[in-house]
Design a protein around this ligand. Structure first.
Ligand SMILES: [Zn+2]
Length: 81
């Protein structure tokens, strides 16, 4: 195991993957590419893991938990768009 810390983005991506019921980030991303309506987004505030369905290109969605415009869609998190 590497002891290099994962970037916060990668950690959020893995957390979102976990919360969405996917085993691997690749599976989650593939599922999102195949459906083009909404996709899961996660709050990027440290300590807040609120998730919601947002537009695929959302990069400042409103978080109902911490009140910030901090939700990033999974596709934005993964740098796919
Ligand atoms: Zn939040």
């Amino acid at each position: 195991m590497s002891n290099i810390a994962l970037s916060q983005k990668a950690q959020k991506l893995m957390r979102l993957c976990d919360l969405s019921g996917f085993d691997r980030v690749d599976d989650l991303l593939l599922a999102m590419v195949l459906k083009d309506t909404s996709c899961p987004a996660i709050c990027t505030t440290e300590g807040c893991d609120h998730t919601a369905d947002m537009e695929p290109d959302q990069d400042q969605g409103f978080c109902e938990v911490c009140g910030g415009n901090t939700l990033l869609s999974v596709l934005v998190l993964a740098d796919l768009i």
